[in-house]
Design a protein around this ligand. Structure first.
Ligand SMILES: *[C@@H]1O[C@H](CO)[C@@H](O)[C@H](O)[C@H]1NC(C)=O
Ligand SMILES: *[C@@H]1O[C@H](CO)[C@@H](O)[C@H](O)[C@H]1NC(C)=O
Ligand SMILES: *[C@@H]1O[C@H](CO)[C@@H](O)[C@H](O)[C@H]1NC(C)=O
Length: 299
Protein backbone atom coordinates (compact mmCIF):
# COMPACT_ATOMS: atom_id res chain seq x y z
CA UNK A 1 0.00 0.00 0.00
CA UNK A 2 2.71 2.43 1.07
CA UNK A 3 4.82 1.55 -1.95
CA UNK A 4 1.78 2.01 -4.13
CA UNK A 5 1.06 5.45 -2.69
CA UNK A 6 4.70 6.43 -3.15
CA UNK A 7 4.48 5.32 -6.77
CA UNK A 8 1.29 7.29 -7.32
CA UNK A 9 2.90 10.31 -5.74
CA UNK A 10 5.97 9.93 -7.95
CA UNK A 11 3.73 9.58 -11.00
CA UNK A 12 1.84 12.70 -9.97
CA UNK A 13 5.05 14.65 -9.46
CA UNK A 14 6.36 13.42 -12.80
CA UNK A 15 3.18 14.55 -14.48
CA UNK A 16 3.44 17.93 -12.85
CA UNK A 17 7.09 18.31 -13.80
CA UNK A 18 6.53 17.16 -17.37
CA UNK A 19 3.55 19.43 -17.57
CA UNK A 20 5.77 22.31 -16.58
CA UNK A 21 8.41 21.42 -19.17
CA UNK A 22 5.79 21.32 -21.90
CA UNK A 23 4.49 24.72 -20.95
CA UNK A 24 7.97 26.27 -21.14
CA UNK A 25 8.29 28.57 -24.11
CA UNK A 26 10.08 27.18 -27.16
CA UNK A 27 13.63 28.59 -27.22
CA UNK A 28 14.65 30.99 -29.97
CA UNK A 29 17.91 31.14 -31.93
CA UNK A 30 18.73 34.39 -33.76
CA UNK A 31 21.31 34.90 -36.54
CA UNK A 32 22.19 38.51 -37.33
CA UNK A 33 22.87 40.11 -40.70
CA UNK A 34 25.88 41.50 -42.57
CA UNK A 35 28.10 43.85 -40.57
CA UNK A 36 26.02 43.32 -37.46
CA UNK A 37 26.75 41.31 -34.31
CA UNK A 38 24.96 39.16 -31.79
CA UNK A 39 24.66 41.81 -29.19
CA UNK A 40 24.35 45.34 -30.50
CA UNK A 41 21.74 46.94 -28.17
CA UNK A 42 20.19 48.78 -31.14
CA UNK A 43 19.76 45.72 -33.34
CA UNK A 44 19.76 42.11 -32.15
CA UNK A 45 19.87 43.21 -28.51
CA UNK A 46 16.64 45.17 -29.05
CA UNK A 47 15.00 42.24 -30.84
CA UNK A 48 15.94 39.88 -28.02
CA UNK A 49 14.39 42.31 -25.53
CA UNK A 50 11.16 42.63 -27.53
CA UNK A 51 10.83 38.84 -27.61
CA UNK A 52 11.55 38.49 -23.89
CA UNK A 53 8.95 41.13 -23.07
CA UNK A 54 6.26 39.29 -25.02
CA UNK A 55 7.20 35.76 -23.97
CA UNK A 56 8.37 35.79 -20.35
CA UNK A 57 10.89 33.09 -19.47
CA UNK A 58 11.88 32.37 -23.08
CA UNK A 59 15.47 31.28 -23.72
CA UNK A 60 16.94 33.39 -26.54
CA UNK A 61 20.31 32.63 -28.06
CA UNK A 62 21.65 35.36 -30.35
CA UNK A 63 24.49 33.72 -32.25
CA UNK A 64 27.99 35.17 -32.00
CA UNK A 65 30.18 33.91 -34.83
CA UNK A 66 33.68 34.05 -33.33
CA UNK A 67 34.98 34.94 -29.91
CA UNK A 68 34.26 38.65 -29.71
CA UNK A 69 31.97 41.28 -31.17
CA UNK A 70 34.58 42.65 -33.63
CA UNK A 71 35.27 39.08 -34.79
CA UNK A 72 31.55 38.41 -35.13
CA UNK A 73 31.17 41.47 -37.37
CA UNK A 74 34.24 40.65 -39.45
CA UNK A 75 33.12 37.04 -39.91
CA UNK A 76 29.86 38.24 -41.46
CA UNK A 77 32.05 39.24 -44.44
CA UNK A 78 35.08 37.00 -44.33
CA UNK A 79 34.39 33.54 -42.93
CA UNK A 80 33.32 30.77 -45.30
CA UNK A 81 29.57 30.27 -44.78
CA UNK A 82 29.78 26.49 -44.92
CA UNK A 83 32.21 26.63 -41.99
CA UNK A 84 29.93 29.05 -40.16
CA UNK A 85 26.96 26.73 -40.60
CA UNK A 86 29.01 23.74 -39.40
CA UNK A 87 30.09 25.66 -36.33
CA UNK A 88 26.55 26.75 -35.52
CA UNK A 89 25.24 23.19 -35.95
CA UNK A 90 27.79 21.96 -33.40
CA UNK A 91 26.99 24.78 -31.00
CA UNK A 92 23.24 24.11 -31.18
CA UNK A 93 23.70 20.36 -30.74
CA UNK A 94 25.74 20.92 -27.59
CA UNK A 95 23.38 23.43 -26.01
CA UNK A 96 21.21 21.61 -23.43
CA UNK A 97 18.56 24.36 -23.60
CA UNK A 98 17.77 23.46 -27.19
CA UNK A 99 17.56 19.69 -26.93
CA UNK A 100 13.75 19.59 -27.33
CA UNK A 101 13.81 21.89 -30.34
CA UNK A 102 13.80 25.58 -31.06
CA UNK A 103 12.43 28.28 -33.32
CA UNK A 104 14.84 30.32 -35.36
CA UNK A 105 14.87 33.85 -36.72
CA UNK A 106 17.41 35.09 -39.24
CA UNK A 107 17.94 38.69 -40.23
CA UNK A 108 18.96 39.42 -43.81
CA UNK A 109 21.75 36.97 -44.76
CA UNK A 110 21.15 35.21 -41.43
CA UNK A 111 17.85 34.03 -43.00
CA UNK A 112 19.50 31.89 -45.66
CA UNK A 113 22.18 30.74 -43.22
CA UNK A 114 19.57 29.39 -40.81
CA UNK A 115 17.82 27.66 -43.71
CA UNK A 116 21.12 25.86 -44.34
CA UNK A 117 21.13 24.83 -40.66
CA UNK A 118 17.59 23.42 -41.07
CA UNK A 119 18.58 21.50 -44.21
CA UNK A 120 21.91 20.16 -42.99
CA UNK A 121 21.39 19.66 -39.25
CA UNK A 122 18.02 18.19 -38.25
CA UNK A 123 19.04 17.68 -34.64
CA UNK A 124 18.06 19.39 -32.43
CA UNK A 125 14.87 20.01 -34.42
CA UNK A 126 14.06 23.47 -35.75
CA UNK A 127 10.32 24.14 -35.45
CA UNK A 128 9.61 27.44 -37.20
CA UNK A 129 12.10 29.23 -39.42
CA UNK A 130 11.48 32.95 -39.69
CA UNK A 131 13.46 34.75 -42.35
CA UNK A 132 13.39 38.52 -42.00
CA UNK A 133 14.60 40.02 -45.27
CA UNK A 134 16.64 36.88 -46.10
CA UNK A 135 17.96 36.38 -49.64
CA UNK A 136 16.90 32.86 -50.55
CA UNK A 137 17.79 33.17 -54.22
CA UNK A 138 20.84 35.28 -53.50
CA UNK A 139 21.57 38.81 -54.68
CA UNK A 140 22.80 40.46 -57.85
CA UNK A 141 24.09 43.73 -56.45
CA UNK A 142 24.68 45.66 -53.24
CA UNK A 143 22.97 48.92 -54.20
CA UNK A 144 23.09 50.57 -50.79
CA UNK A 145 25.66 48.84 -48.71
CA UNK A 146 25.37 50.48 -45.25
CA UNK A 147 27.32 53.73 -45.07
CA UNK A 148 29.42 53.19 -41.96
CA UNK A 149 30.99 50.08 -43.42
CA UNK A 150 31.59 51.64 -46.84
CA UNK A 151 35.23 50.51 -47.04
CA UNK A 152 33.91 46.95 -46.66
CA UNK A 153 31.35 47.60 -49.39
CA UNK A 154 34.05 48.84 -51.76
CA UNK A 155 36.14 45.76 -51.08
CA UNK A 156 33.14 43.47 -51.63
CA UNK A 157 32.37 45.08 -54.98
CA UNK A 158 36.00 44.83 -56.05
CA UNK A 159 36.17 41.14 -55.24
CA UNK A 160 32.86 40.39 -56.94
CA UNK A 161 34.03 42.21 -60.06
CA UNK A 162 37.32 40.39 -59.97
CA UNK A 163 35.47 37.08 -60.13
CA UNK A 164 32.66 36.14 -57.78
CA UNK A 165 32.82 32.47 -58.70
CA UNK A 166 36.57 32.00 -58.59
CA UNK A 167 37.64 29.60 -55.88
CA UNK A 168 39.69 32.22 -54.00
CA UNK A 169 36.81 34.68 -53.76
CA UNK A 170 34.28 31.95 -52.90
CA UNK A 171 36.43 30.71 -50.04
CA UNK A 172 37.05 34.19 -48.72
CA UNK A 173 33.97 36.35 -49.20
CA UNK A 174 30.61 35.52 -47.60
CA UNK A 175 28.63 37.67 -50.03
CA UNK A 176 30.16 35.89 -53.05
CA UNK A 177 28.77 32.65 -51.65
CA UNK A 178 25.22 33.88 -52.23
CA UNK A 179 26.02 35.98 -55.29
CA UNK A 180 23.58 34.91 -58.02
CA UNK A 181 24.38 36.12 -61.54
CA UNK A 182 21.21 35.55 -63.62
CA UNK A 183 23.07 36.29 -66.87
CA UNK A 184 25.51 33.47 -66.15
CA UNK A 185 23.39 30.88 -64.40
CA UNK A 186 25.77 28.10 -65.36
CA UNK A 187 28.72 29.80 -63.70
CA UNK A 188 26.58 30.33 -60.61
CA UNK A 189 25.51 26.70 -60.56
CA UNK A 190 29.08 25.50 -60.94
CA UNK A 191 30.88 28.02 -58.79
CA UNK A 192 28.69 28.98 -55.82
CA UNK A 193 29.88 26.89 -52.90
CA UNK A 194 26.98 27.82 -50.62
CA UNK A 195 23.74 29.02 -52.21
CA UNK A 196 23.82 26.77 -55.28
CA UNK A 197 24.36 23.86 -52.90
CA UNK A 198 21.49 24.56 -50.49
CA UNK A 199 19.20 25.41 -53.44
CA UNK A 200 19.89 22.02 -55.03
CA UNK A 201 21.29 23.58 -58.23
CA UNK A 202 24.00 21.01 -58.88
CA UNK A 203 22.16 17.92 -57.73
CA UNK A 204 19.31 17.08 -55.39
CA UNK A 205 20.45 16.11 -51.93
CA UNK A 206 17.45 14.14 -50.67
CA UNK A 207 18.26 14.83 -47.05
CA UNK A 208 18.07 18.61 -47.62
CA UNK A 209 14.53 18.18 -48.87
CA UNK A 210 13.53 15.81 -46.08
CA UNK A 211 15.05 17.99 -43.39
CA UNK A 212 13.37 21.17 -44.60
CA UNK A 213 10.05 19.31 -44.52
CA UNK A 214 10.52 18.83 -40.77
CA UNK A 215 9.79 22.52 -40.24
CA UNK A 216 6.34 23.36 -38.97
CA UNK A 217 6.36 26.75 -40.70
CA UNK A 218 8.78 28.57 -42.96
CA UNK A 219 7.97 32.26 -42.68
CA UNK A 220 9.49 34.72 -45.19
CA UNK A 221 9.26 38.44 -44.53
CA UNK A 222 9.80 40.79 -47.46
CA UNK A 223 10.41 44.53 -47.08
CA UNK A 224 8.13 46.07 -49.68
CA UNK A 225 10.26 49.21 -50.10
CA UNK A 226 13.68 47.56 -49.89
CA UNK A 227 16.40 49.52 -51.70
CA UNK A 228 19.30 47.51 -50.25
CA UNK A 229 18.58 44.06 -51.60
CA UNK A 230 18.71 43.40 -55.34
CA UNK A 231 16.16 42.11 -56.22
CA UNK A 232 13.82 42.36 -53.17
CA UNK A 233 11.85 39.41 -54.63
CA UNK A 234 14.61 37.12 -53.29
CA UNK A 235 13.13 37.69 -49.80
CA UNK A 236 10.13 35.61 -50.94
CA UNK A 237 12.38 33.19 -52.82
CA UNK A 238 11.80 34.87 -56.21
CA UNK A 239 14.55 36.12 -58.52
CA UNK A 240 15.42 37.45 -61.96
CA UNK A 241 14.22 35.27 -64.79
CA UNK A 242 17.37 33.44 -66.00
CA UNK A 243 19.29 35.13 -68.81
CA UNK A 244 18.62 38.78 -67.95
CA UNK A 245 18.42 41.14 -64.96
CA UNK A 246 15.23 43.18 -65.37
CA UNK A 247 12.22 40.90 -65.20
CA UNK A 248 11.65 38.90 -62.04
CA UNK A 249 9.74 35.68 -61.40
CA UNK A 250 8.15 34.40 -58.24
CA UNK A 251 9.11 31.26 -56.36
CA UNK A 252 6.04 29.56 -57.83
CA UNK A 253 7.26 30.30 -61.38
CA UNK A 254 10.76 28.91 -60.78
CA UNK A 255 12.07 25.48 -61.79
CA UNK A 256 13.14 24.91 -58.20
CA UNK A 257 9.47 25.03 -57.23
CA UNK A 258 7.90 23.39 -60.26
CA UNK A 259 10.29 20.43 -60.07
CA UNK A 260 9.98 20.60 -56.29
CA UNK A 261 13.68 20.05 -55.82
CA UNK A 262 13.55 21.38 -52.26
CA UNK A 263 10.04 20.37 -51.21
CA UNK A 264 8.75 23.95 -51.17
CA UNK A 265 5.76 23.13 -53.36
CA UNK A 266 4.73 20.38 -51.01
CA UNK A 267 5.18 22.67 -48.03
CA UNK A 268 3.07 25.38 -49.64
CA UNK A 269 0.27 22.90 -50.40
CA UNK A 270 0.30 21.92 -46.75
CA UNK A 271 0.00 25.57 -45.70
CA UNK A 272 3.47 25.63 -44.20
CA UNK A 273 4.97 28.49 -46.22
CA UNK A 274 4.04 31.94 -44.94
CA UNK A 275 4.74 35.07 -46.99
CA UNK A 276 4.60 38.34 -45.06
CA UNK A 277 5.13 41.79 -46.52
CA UNK A 278 5.99 44.84 -44.47
CA UNK A 279 6.09 48.42 -45.68
CA UNK A 280 9.49 49.94 -45.25
CA UNK A 281 13.12 49.65 -46.26
CA UNK A 282 15.44 46.76 -45.41
CA UNK A 283 14.97 45.57 -41.81
CA UNK A 284 12.77 48.57 -40.97
CA UNK A 285 9.78 47.50 -38.91
CA UNK A 286 7.93 48.70 -35.84
CA UNK A 287 7.58 46.97 -32.53
CA UNK A 288 3.80 46.86 -33.11
CA UNK A 289 4.25 45.10 -36.45
CA UNK A 290 6.71 42.63 -34.91
CA UNK A 291 4.48 41.82 -31.94
CA UNK A 292 1.42 41.32 -34.12
CA UNK A 293 3.00 39.37 -36.99
CA UNK A 294 6.09 37.58 -35.71
CA UNK A 295 5.50 36.84 -32.03
CA UNK A 296 2.63 34.38 -32.83
CA UNK A 297 5.19 32.13 -34.58
CA UNK A 298 7.40 32.03 -31.51
CA UNK A 299 4.98 30.33 -29.14
C1 LIG B 1 23.66 15.80 -48.33
O1 LIG B 1 23.60 16.57 -47.16
C2 LIG B 1 24.07 15.93 -45.99
C3 LIG B 1 23.79 16.83 -44.83
O2 LIG B 1 24.50 18.03 -44.93
C4 LIG B 1 25.56 15.61 -46.16
O3 LIG B 1 26.03 14.92 -45.03
C5 LIG B 1 25.74 14.75 -47.41
O4 LIG B 1 27.12 14.57 -47.65
C6 LIG B 1 25.12 15.42 -48.63
N1 LIG B 1 25.14 14.50 -49.74
C7 LIG B 1 25.58 14.85 -50.94
C8 LIG B 1 25.52 13.80 -51.99
O5 LIG B 1 26.03 15.96 -51.18
C1 LIG C 1 30.15 24.00 -65.59
O1 LIG C 1 30.53 22.67 -65.27
C2 LIG C 1 30.34 21.76 -66.35
C3 LIG C 1 30.59 20.35 -65.85
O2 LIG C 1 31.76 20.29 -65.10
C4 LIG C 1 31.24 22.15 -67.51
O3 LIG C 1 31.05 21.29 -68.61
C5 LIG C 1 30.93 23.60 -67.93
O4 LIG C 1 31.83 24.04 -68.92
C6 LIG C 1 30.99 24.55 -66.74
N1 LIG C 1 30.49 25.84 -67.16
C7 LIG C 1 31.01 27.00 -66.76
C8 LIG C 1 30.39 28.24 -67.32
O5 LIG C 1 31.90 27.07 -65.94
C1 LIG D 1 6.03 50.59 -50.31
O1 LIG D 1 5.73 49.60 -51.26
C2 LIG D 1 4.34 49.30 -51.34
C3 LIG D 1 4.18 48.09 -52.27
O2 LIG D 1 4.90 48.26 -53.44
C4 LIG D 1 3.59 50.53 -51.80
O3 LIG D 1 2.21 50.26 -51.88
C5 LIG D 1 3.86 51.67 -50.82
O4 LIG D 1 3.26 52.83 -51.31
C6 LIG D 1 5.34 51.89 -50.62
N1 LIG D 1 5.53 52.82 -49.51
C7 LIG D 1 6.41 53.81 -49.56
C8 LIG D 1 6.50 54.64 -48.35
O5 LIG D 1 7.10 54.03 -50.55
Amino acid sequence: MAACRALTLTALLLTLCNGKTEADPVPLVIWHGMGDSCCNPFSMGAVKKMVEEQIPGIYVLSLEIGNSIPEDMKNSFFLNVNEQVDGVCKELAQNPNLKNGYNSMGFSQGGQFLRAVAQRCPSPPMKNLISIGGQHQGVYGFPRCPGEISHMCDLIRKLLNYGAYTREVQDYLVQAEYWHDPINEEQYRNGSIFLADINQERHVNVSYKQNLQLLEKFVMVKFLNDTMVDPPDTEWFGFYRPGQSKETITLQESNLYMEDRLGLKEMEKAGRLVFLGVEGNHLQFSKEWFNKNIIPFLH
